[in-house]
Design a protein around this ligand. Sequence first.
Ligand SMILES: Nc1ncnc2c1ncn2[C@@H]1O[C@H](COP(=O)(O)OP(=O)(O)O)[C@@H](O)[C@H]1O
Ligand SMILES: [Mg+2]
Length: 382
Amino acid sequence: MSEVRIDRLTKWFDSGGVRAVDDLSLSLAEGQLVVLLGPSGCGKTTLLRCVAGLETPDSGTIEIGGAVMFGRGGRTQVPTHKRGIGMVFQNYALWPHMTVEQNVAYPLRVRGTGRQERSRQAREALALVECEALTDRIPSAISGGQQQRVALARALVARPGLMLFDEPLSNLDYRLRAQLRRQLRDLHRSLGFTGLYVTHDQTEAMQLGTVVAVLKDGKVEQLADPASLFSRPASAYVARFLGIGNRLELVRDADGGWVVGGGDARIALPAAGELPGTRFDLYLRSADVSLVVPGSGPEDPDVARVPGVVTDVVYSGDSSDWVVQVGDARIVASARTRTWPFGPDDRVDVVFRHSTALLYTHDDEGRLVESYGVRPSLVSSP
Ligand SMILES: Nc1ncnc2c1ncn2[C@@H]1O[C@H](COP(=O)(O)OP(=O)(O)O)[C@@H](O)[C@H]1O
Ligand SMILES: [Mg+2]
């Protein structure tokens, strides 16, 4: 198993038009599975391909297991097959004319391992992914899920120091994806390989990663363990990418209070007077928002309340989304179907605990407000 150090890596495309990886630094400790998470085009694949040696960076350093793979201004460039890596990509890329066992044994054959030992190790790797019964089949005679398991066995068979994954589950249907995700998690926990795993799927990132690096425009926007990422997204970009979709723009009025953008609803935040600035964006998870009859229930100093009007109710299986207009914001409250007796045009109070609110600066950076006096109660820690 190898540690990995990526230092100030930059990769341009289109003769300088696109900076796919932008002065990026990232370290993986031995045995860590680091997930690169971000929207399409943010540079995940390019970074992975640079680590694999399939793409030549413009500058920076890549070390695997303490050895420089790329560096010294490009004068050191170790070829892919000498980097000690195993790779699994979105398309399974098995050799169609070889049997499953021959496919899995191939990396060992390249290494010059003897026939019997090759077969033993290939079968052992196939057993890890529960495909030992498929040894003599050819890839076209097994399902997509099985092909991806075989590709995984082939990547693992030579026990590489580093495993690289680029959206390996994207071509599978929902159920299979969930199943393979769990299997991959178990394999990582039992084999302890070091891995770099690319995905745009936050569920995958949260379930698999020991550490998640959220990328934005070729840079690391946030690096954190899944629990911290979930409770404290460092920027509005990360919050939105994690599916925290409710945004209330808060504007300071003449009295130093806070008004919800586009309306006259006021919101009382604890110690709001200490906030530096006049405009903030408050983000809320839809599961943290509740609806009550206007003015009903006891006042609770830990709970914020703003009036709104229901515009839609969307049923999806066990749960439902209530869409509520609050000022110029559209707030979604999610709960089990029939939790609230409200329908379109009903007036409601939208309520949420202060501790569930995430407050960001209202600018391009959208940074989590760090200097806010009541942050410990406003932003929950893991
Ligand atoms: N071979 C290439 N030639 C030119 N531009 C590329 C190439 N590969 C990727 N890019 C560009 O680099 C950026 C990052 O792409 P990519 O690494 O594939 O992102 P992701 O994997 O996060 O979707 C995008 O703007 C993409 O269009
Ligand atoms: Mg990609």
